[in-house]
Design a protein. Structure first.
Length: 359
């Protein structure tokens, strides 16, 4: 499952520094998810998962294959982008292609790095980007509304009225600078909204780029109470990326930190996309697999191989902690912790699964 997060922000907020650190230190080494530079600003990186090593130890696996996520470093946005300023349409088209947005906002103080507004104000910077995305969507919704009204004639007029009411509701919210994702929709309405590929429908998190002291202290400016926010010192992450794993852990320990900012970003992005991880484990390999939350067992089997969807019979399922505690497949059957699940089973994060497939 290929899913991508676009890293966006104003110029000089540390966006590219963060991306470079991310792709240097979290380079995916899995065979099915090799680190690749599709173009100069796209990288695929591993999702940190401590469960894999524990499962692999029990199964005596020959290799470990983590799941992965794609990050896209999108060029800096400026005020007026929705009207073509800066890279304008090119910037907005790049955002349309990603599944979620990580908005980098500057909160570090460095007189050597010029701020486009000549002052550091995280909330104001976030507002610039959010308003530009809303304005771009306003244009999209406005055109659709005009088209629907124009064609609302005769027998089609009654059905069109529902669409008009929806579009007018979204349009009014965007006019206030709101995001389309903030509104509630019925299933039918959601289908129509998705069809417009609105920028502000994409899930978004804030990445507050702070000074090193602030990263360790952890008392940052809050951008928006309703949005996920993490704090990262991009400069520190760049330094950590140049160290080996042992040195990096010691450096973090000295700073009073337990995990890198990059690990926080990857994990938060994964959750933002509404994903869960199920696991397979045996002597050949222990591997993490990605599915959307709510996926049923045959869909999960299809991530391994598409033929498995049609051939799905049943699945042996257990929680990963039970798998480790009771010694893996050879011993788990005696404990009653393993369940036999059918086609309607909804996969949970941390499930260890063995699929039975007809050939």
């Amino acid at each position: 499952m290929s899913l991508s997060v676009g890293i966006v922000g104003l110029p000089n907020v540390g966006k590219s520094t963060l991306f470079n650190a991310l792709t240097r230190s979290k380079q995916a080494n899995a065979q099915n998810y090799p680190f690749c530079t599709i173009d100069p600003n796209v990288g695929v990186v591993e999702v940190p998962d401590d469960r894999l090593a524990k499962l692999a130890e029990v199964s005596k696996s020959q290799k470990i294959v983590p799941t992965a996520i794609e990050f896209v470093d999108i060029a800096g946005l400026v005020a007026g982008a929705s009207k073509g300023e800066g890279l304008g349409n090119q910037f907005l088209s790049h955002i349309r292609e990603v599944d979620a947005i990580a908005q980098v906002v500057r909160d570090f103080k460095d007189t050597n790095v010029i701020h486009v507004s000549n002052k550091v104000n995280p909330k104001d910077d976030a507002d610039v980007i959010n308003i530009e995305l809303s304005l771009a969507d306003l244009g999209t919704v406005g055109k659709r509304l005009e088209s629907v009204k124009k064609n609302a004639k005769g027998a089609a007029a009654k059905d069109a009225q529902k669409n008009i009411e929806l579009l007018e509701r979204v349009y009014a919210h965007l006019q206030k600078g709101g995001a389309a994702r903030e509104l509630e929709y019925s299933d039918d309405e959601m289908e129509m909204v998705r069809d417009m590929c609105l920028l502000t429908m994409k899930p978004m998190l804030y990445v507050l780029n702070v000074d090193e002291a602030e990263a360790a202290k952890g008392t940052p400016t809050k951008i928006n109470e309703g949005t996920v926010q993490i704090e990262i010192c991009a400069k520190l992450e760049s330094e950590l990326a140049d160290l080996d794993e042992t040195e990096a852990k010691e450096y973090l320990k000295d700073l009073g930190m337990t995990e890198t900012g990059l690990d926080k970003l990857i994990t938060a992005s994964y959750k933002l996309l509404n994903l869960v991880t199920f696991l397979t484990s045996g002597e050949p390999e222990t591997r993490a697999w990605t599915v959307r939350q709510g996926a049923i067992a045959p869909e999960a089997a299809g991530v391994i191989h598409t033929d498995f969807i049609k051939g799905f019979i049943k699945a042996d399922v257990m929680n990963w902690e039970d798998f480790v505690k009771y010694g893996g497949w050879s011993k788990i059957k005696e404990t009653g912790k393993m369940r036999l699940e059918g086609k309607d089973y909804v996969v949970k994060d941390g499930d260890v699964i063995y699929f039975h497939i007809s050939t």
